[in-house]
Design a protein around this ligand. Structure first.
Ligand SMILES: CC(C)(COP(=O)(O)OP(=O)(O)OC[C@H]1O[C@@H](n2cnc3c(N)ncnc32)[C@H](O)[C@@H]1O)[C@@H](O)C(=O)NCCC(=O)NCCS
Ligand SMILES: Nc1ncnc2c1ncn2[C@@H]1O[C@H](COP(=O)(O)OP(=O)(O)OP(=O)(O)O)[C@@H](O)[C@H]1O
Length: 321
């Protein structure tokens, strides 16, 4: 019997966490305008089963991307190039699994990069803290994506058209910034919710609404325009101000809101993607930022570099969040 190497085992665990994050996102409910187990939101061509099929098809690609991280840890830009090649194959597998529907294009990109970075961090440090992960991610993508955005002269995809029309950088911009929306908006909310012992589905909803209230979501822009984007931000901000997802009546309010989003054909897919990224980072660094590092290497953890833990709170506070 072939015993998996330490790198293979780690890559499998990273890929499995990415797969889990895809499912955790779609199972969060009720999400206005987005697909969840209750409603297809403002989507006629997909439902929760499409997302499950797509996630299952993508899992081996995330494992492969993490494994490439373990292999190419010393050459981050080469790692990114490799991740993108695998990403194209992953997108193809996604379309095959869903009958041609885009369920997870944004997440192939985001979680592909982060799985690769996590593999590289594991190989380099024997653990994965937030700080190390984002430093690795930046070394992988920054130069390439900045150049790509600055020199773009073909505006084909929806994201590219948004860049041309509004100067908004969408999914690429999030990666260029080192997932700044996740660090400044959603991770603190998720970490705080866990710390306060809130219920998991409500934590995910509260996190999603904080994202929706601030992110320039290219899904909303490509279906609509900046006025609608700003309307959605206002609605999300008001929901939070009025008590957010932790109050009793939130579920019925959200179901009502879903009807309005469906009527207006609004879907905050970019924010949903960033929710999945937040879940992935919380679970990855919670599991691997400390305990895993200690088991594997006997090394001490830097205190508080694990999101989703009590130490995570003081870390986030220490970096000014
Ligand atoms: C960067 C990607 C996502 C390009 O997609 P596109 O140009 O359509 O950009 P866009 O900004 O619309 O993003 C696509 C998806 O990301 C998500 N998204 C939208 N807005 C945001 C946002 N503000 N923040 C984060 N994610 C967002 C949505 O799910 C959206 O559907 C990626 O597919 C890519 O690199 N394409 C180039 C070809 C390639 O290399 N493919 C391999 C894929 S790894
Ligand atoms: N739960 C979810 N429900 C709907 N979309 C989601 C969800 N989670 C993430 N998304 C993201 O939203 C995107 C789908 O949005 P949308 O349907 O507007 O894109 P499209 O297929 O490019 O456009 P259209 O359907 O208008 O032709 C996917 O790329 C996906 O990453």
């Amino acid at each position: 019997m072939n015993v998996p190497s330490m790198e293979e085992e780690a890559a499998y665990r990273i890929g499995k966490l990415a797969y889990g994050a895809l499912l955790e996102e779609v199972y969060t409910l009720p999400k206005p305008g987005l697909v969840d187990p209750y409603s297809n939101g403002a989507h006629t061509d997909m439902n929760v089963v499409s997302f499950e099929r797509s996630a299952k098809a993508l899992k081996p690609y995330f494992v492969t991307m993490a494994l490439e991280g373990e292999r190419l840890w010393e050459a981050p830009p080469v790692l990114f190039e490799t991740i993108r090649r695998i990403g194209i194959l992953a997108e193809r597998a996604m379309y095959q699994a869903t009958g041609g529907v885009n369920t997870h294009k944004g997440l192939v990109f985001h979680l592909g990069i982060l799985c690769g970075a996590a593999g590289a961090c594991h190989r380099t440090f024997g653990k994965v803290t937030l700080k190390q992960l984002i430093e690795m991610e930046q070394a992988m993508v920054r130069d390439v994506l900045v150049k790509e955005v600055q020199s773009m002269d073909h505006f084909v995809s929806k994201g590219e058209k948004n860049l041309q029309k509004y100067g908004l950088t969408g999914a690429r911009g999030e990666a260029i910034s080192g997932y700044s929306s996740v660090f400044h908006i959603s991770l603190p909310v998720m970490t705080m919710g866990l710390y306060n012992g809130q219920e998991w589905n409500s934590i995910k909803l509260e996190t999603l609404f904080h994202l929706m209230s601030q992110v320039d979501d290219s899904n909303i822009l490509s279906r609509h325009n900046p006025v609608v984007l700003s309307q959605v931000k206002d609605i999300a901000a008001r929901f939070i101000q009025d008590g957010g997802a932790y109050r009793k009546e939130s579920l019925s309010l959200l179901k009502e809101m879903d009807q309005w989003f469906v009527k207006k054909n609004i879907s905050a897919g970019g924010s949903a993607d960033l929710l999945a990224v937040t879940i992935f980072l919380t679970q990855l660094t919670g599991e691997w930022g400390g305990a895993y590092g200690i088991h594997e290497t006997g090394r001490e953890t830097f205190p508080g570099e694990r999101a989703g833990t009590v130490e995570g709170i003081s870390y986030l506070k220490s970096i000014g969040l």
